[in-house]
Design a protein around this ligand. Structure first.
Ligand SMILES: Cc1cc2nc3c(=O)[nH]c(=O)nc-3n(C[C@H](O)[C@H](O)[C@H](O)COP(=O)(O)OP(=O)(O)OC[C@H]3O[C@@H](n4cnc5c(N)ncnc54)[C@H](O)[C@@H]3O)c2cc1C
Length: 466
């Protein structure tokens, strides 16, 4: 698989649309614009990243591994089973990479450029690939360079050896019997849960006062207890002070309740957040403003401070999800080819899922947030195991979880929901759609759902609002 290599130093291309980075929003817009007859260039710095993070190192590969981890039986050999899962991960992501390449390569007016782009002026970049360079100018530029794992400013915390980020841990070898995760956010917990299912003993060191601090207490307790059942120990209020790799194992030192503790690990995952990939982009040379963390500043139509330059996806500091990058593309496509009405302000009720076992899905406000905002709050909540008329979770052998709805008593509209159960990543989309379109809690309660499904829990739980 080769992209068009960058050519001689003096070579110059002018295009209607230049996309820097093969992210979700940028690649989608590139295809749309090319099909509409525009000349488009897409620049990607790494052949291994064709198609972007989602298919190569993030959503898809991690969910393949989560799926396989959940299906491991006690009798399976841990090392061989993990190695097979990694092979399946690589095979599937390789196929998706090839498909992503051909989807754009097959369009005549798309120029695929292999190399690293940096701005040299207004809507002008220099792409460097090996010894070659190419200058590209464009009427419209989309910066879609994504983000990278943040390496925390902790003594000894440098990637390499037994110290990993979410990308390198997916190919860790040998399989770590003891994994220490620094950071209890969604990436840390997803990997913690996944590695526990593969057979590791997992310790998550989290600064927060309790796991899942963004959720209500009752929801967080259910999730923490499922993680504990599965072999994940979460240490809350833990400030990691040092990470050291050694001959036989790594050691992570943390302070909790004023006491310093060392914990040994065969692998350490640093999962303390993401940093925008803007460091060497030369934003200043193009007049593109960014905030103090490097995120590109955009308005509601994703315009940067530079005329004709837009930023999509993780790099613009919005919610870091593939479907947000995809929606960013819709906003600019509407400006370039449509009526220019779409904006980020239209995005009410954006759901998300943490792919734990069972998955944790949320949309809208928690009960605590709704009370703080002064709503006349009504709550319906039931443990999954106690819901009589939704046997899907029991059928699939994991009846753990909770369904919780927060409703505005004044309007009967759903303010938010937390769904922790098998298939919650699907059900949450129905709830989000209902919220977006003003479907009331009573209508959701009285709707006909398929049986046996996880969605039918809504019939019963929304009947318990008080
Ligand atoms: C472990 C993990 C799991 C995740 N799971 C999920 C999930 O389940 N669901 C979900 O919705 N989101 C998930 N995310 C988040 C999701 O992956 C990101 O929000 C999404 O991929 C962001 O895409 P993007 O469009 O910003 O750009 P990306 O897809 O990150 O693409 C940016 C591209 O730009 C390239 N690039 C960078 N700089 C340059 C340059 N100077 N020149 C040329 N090319 C450059 C990079 O190589 C990269 O290919 C996960 C993230 C991680 C880390």
């Amino acid at each position: 698989m080769t992209e068009q290599d960058v050519t001689s130093p003096t070579h110059h291309e002018h295009v209607d649309l230049l996309v820097i980075g093969w992210g979700k929003g940028g690649k989608t817009l590139a295809g749309t614009m090319a099909r509409a007859g525009r000349r488009v260039a897409v620049v990607e710095q790494s052949e291994a990243m064709i198609g972007g993070s989602c298919i190569n190192i993030a959503c898809i590969p991690t969910k393949i591994l989560v799926h396989d981890a959940e299906n491991r039986r006690e009798s399976d050999d841990v090392d061989a089973y993990f190695a097979r899962a990694v092979t399946r991960r690589d095979t599937l992501t390789g196929a998706m990479r090839r498909k992503n390449f051909s989807m754009l390569d097959s369009l005549d007016s798309v120029l695929l450029v292999s190399g690293r782009a940096e701005f040299t002026g207004e809507r002008e970049v220099l792409v460097t690939g090996g010894d070659d360079t190419l200058r590209i100018t464009a009427d419209t530029v989309v910066v879609n360079t994504g983000s990278v794992a943040t390496v925390p400013n902790i003594d000894g915390a440098a990637l390499g050896g037994r110290i990993h980020d979410s990308k390198t841990l997916q190919h860790v070898t040998p399989f770590p019997r003891r994994l220490v995760v620094v950071g209890g956010g969604y990436i840390g917990l997803e990997f913690g849960s996944m590695f526990a299912h593969f057979g590791a003993r997992v310790t998550v060191l989290d600064r927060g006062p309790r796991p899942l601090r963004q959720e209500d207490d009752d929801v967080a307790e259910v999730v923490a207890s499922a993680l504990a059942d599965d072999g994940v120990t979460i240490v809350s209020g833990a400030a990691v002070t040092a990470v050291a790799d050694g001959a036989d194992h790594a050691t992570v030192t943390y302070v909790a309740d004023g006491e310093s503790t060392d914990v040994e690990a065969d692998a350490v995952l640093l999962a303390v957040g993401r940093t925008p990939a803007t460091k060497d982009l030369g934003l200043d040379r193009a007049g593109i403003a960014s905030d103090d963390r490097g995120f590109i500043t955009v308005d509601e139509q994703l315009r940067t401070s530079a005329e004709g330059v837009y930023a999509f996806g993780d790099v613009n500091g919005g919610p870091m999800f593939t479907y947000i990058s995809l929606d960013d593309n819709r906003i600019l496509a509407d400006q370039l080819l449509g009526e220019g009405r779409r904006s980020t302000a239209d995005r009410g009720s954006v759901p998300y899922t943490m792919f734990l076992t069972p998955p944790v899905s949320r949309v809208g406000l928690t009960e605590k947030e709704a009370r703080e905002q002064g709503y006349d709050v009504r709550v319906g909540a039931k443990l999954m195991a106690d819901i009589a008329a939704a046997p899907r979770a029991k059928i699939e052998g994991d009846p753990r979880g909770i369904v919780k709805f927060v409703v505005d008593g004044a309007t009967d509209l759903v303010l938010g929901a937390a769904l922790v159960h098998v298939h919650s990543q699907e059900v949450i989309n129905t709830v989000a759609l209902a919220m977006r379109h003003g479907v009331t809690a009573t209508e959701l309660r009285d709707t006909i759902y398929t049986h046996p499904s996880a969605t039918e829990a809504l019939n019963e739980v929304l009947g318990t609002l008080r």
